[in-house]
Design a binder for this molecule. Structure first.
Ligand code: GLY
Ligand code: MN
Ligand code: MN
Length: 470
């Protein structure tokens, strides 16, 4: 039986459907032609080394092709999807081997036709009365040349048209079963790599060792690219959200936070685990860990179609405030007064999560980074959940002086510092930070968690100690 192919054609039809709903131009008017370029292969300036290649996500979505220097066209009237490959270059064959032929590419991909790029101009010249939609996938002079070629070939070209971009983003936001299987596989590779990291923790003397362990087990499982640069921090550095130095000695530090996700065929996973380097939790670290775990599990359980992400984010803050009152980190005020002051944002400054897909921070979330409310400013999803969305659920609690001090000093817009008990806070600086992050699919009936690596603090200790050297 032939292997299932990446559903590029179905994606093109889906984008066209969204576009026809969004744009009056296409309800009975002229039909559209999508023309997209994949990025050019490049050398680093003044250097005989090629730059790492990352396929443009929109190009991949509409073609399933992972090569540079290609083009695609999709005609919404005839529903014909055509991929254009770069012509065979003798030098390239000498150094890099023979590329796939037209026939092999046609066999491998879910497109209607495959041609060489040399046919593109002629095909465009005969495409008739169409509105051409393209995006800025090329940069610099190559983009200008490409646009002027398009402009001479067709009546009208729109670059990054707002309706077209929305159509692409909305289509990408709801994953089909083929994409979901790719994401489940990416998650399973991350699960294994995170387990290996925990088991090797006591042997690590530097954050680099943790980073290396994760990458090693990802690559062994066939994932050569990470979804993003791994974040491997220890001690007080756990309070830096996107710490990527990953090069400090870990001796004497309480916690290690690793936020790392393997990529599988251009689809991401995004997973965070936090654990004690020795296998033994300090009282303060365990208290904060259990609080973040409660925030994480409660929000994950509440995921269902129609749920407002704002409300889930608020729920995480409410649980945190209750927990801080119990621990004595907050004092005096009521839960409502503390929530109203927004001082919980000093300790949980980011959003509960984001869409995940080909990009780690995937399309469709409709964030509002200009929101005057600090609690919602960095929330990357501002809409209700729908089946087929995959979201990260990643609450965190951090003890970062840069974030907390403006509240303690009651600077400008920073309210609620009076609710923080500074004597109690002193005991928590060395915890640094805790984040727990899973990748969750919204289903018709609720949710499916793709991330299986344990987050139970007792089990985590056991795994760490199972790897302890004697
Ligand atoms: N790894 C980046 C994030 O969690 O958003
Ligand atoms: Mn994330
Ligand atoms: Mn992450």
């Amino acid at each position: 039986m032939a292997a299932k192919k990446y559903p590029a054609k179905a994606h093109a039809i889906k984008v066209a459907t969204h576009l026809s709903l969004l744009s009056p131009l296409h309800s009975g008017g002229p039909t559209a032609l999508f023309v997209l370029a994949s990025p050019q292969s490049r050398l680093w300036p003044f250097c005989d080394q090629s730059q790492p290649f990352r396929q443009n996500r929109y190009f991949y979505y509409l073609s399933g092709c992972d090569l540079p220097d290609c083009y695609l066209t999709y005609d919404t009237a005839t529903e014909k999807l055509v991929l254009y490959l770069p012509p065979i270059d003798a030098d390239d064959v000498l150094w890099s081997g023979m590329p796939k032929s037209i026939a092999q590419t046609k066999e491998a991909l879910n497109v209607d036709d495959v041609k060489y790029v040399t046919s593109l101009d002629e095909d465009l010249a005969t495409c008739g009365d169409k509105v051409v939609y393209t995006i800025e996938s090329l940069t610099g002079p190559e983009h200008a040349t490409y646009l002027s070629k398009l402009a001479t070939a067709v009546e009208s070209v729109t670059v990054a048209d707002a309706h077209f971009m929305t159509a692409l983003d909305e289509a990408r936001m709801i994953k089909d079963s083929f994409e979901l299987d790719l994401m489940r596989h990416a998650s399973s590779i991350s699960d294994n790599a995170h387990a290996k990291v925990m088991a090797s923790a006591t042997a690590a003397t530097n954050e680099t060792h943790i980073h290396a362990e994760f990458i090693y087990h990802s690559i062994r499982a066939g994932s050569k690219n990470q979804s993003y640069d791994p974040i491997c921090c220890s001690g007080r550095s756990c309070s830096t959200l996107h710490y990527v130095r990953n090069d400090d000695e870990v001796m004497g530090r309480q916690l290690l936070l690793i936020d790392a996700g393997a990529e599988w065929k251009n689809y991401a996973s995004d997973v965070t685990r936090t654990f004690p380097l020795s296998g033994d939790w300090t009282t303060e670290a365990l208290a904060i860990y259990n609080l973040v775990l409660e925030m994480q599990i409660s929000c994950e359980k509440a995921i269902a179609p129609g749920k407002s992400w704002d409300e889930l984010h608020l729920l995480a803050h409410q649980i945190m405030i209750r927990g801080f009152l119990k621990l004595g980190l907050f004092t005096r005020g009521t839960e409502d007064e503390i929530l109203e002051s927004r001082v919980s944002s000093a300790f949980f400054p980011h959003g509960l999560g984001h869409m995940i897909g080909m990009d780690t921070h995937d399309t469709g979330g409709m964030p509002n980074y200009a929101d005057p409310d600090p609690m919602f400013r960095y929330l990357r999803i501002r809409r209700n959940l729908q089946p087929g969305m995959v979201v990260s659920v990643e609450p965190g609690v951090y003890f970062n002086p840069f974030m907390i001090e403006p509240y303690l000093k009651a600077e400008d817009a920073y309210k609620g510092g009076e609710y923080i008990d500074q004597a109690v806070l002193e005991k928590y600086w060395d915890v640094g930070g805790v984040r727990i992050e899973d990748d969750v699919l919204v289903t018709e009936s609720g949710s499916e968690n793709f991330t299986k690596i344990t987050k139970d603090p007792v089990e985590i200790s056991k795994i760490i100690k199972s790897g302890q050297r004697v």
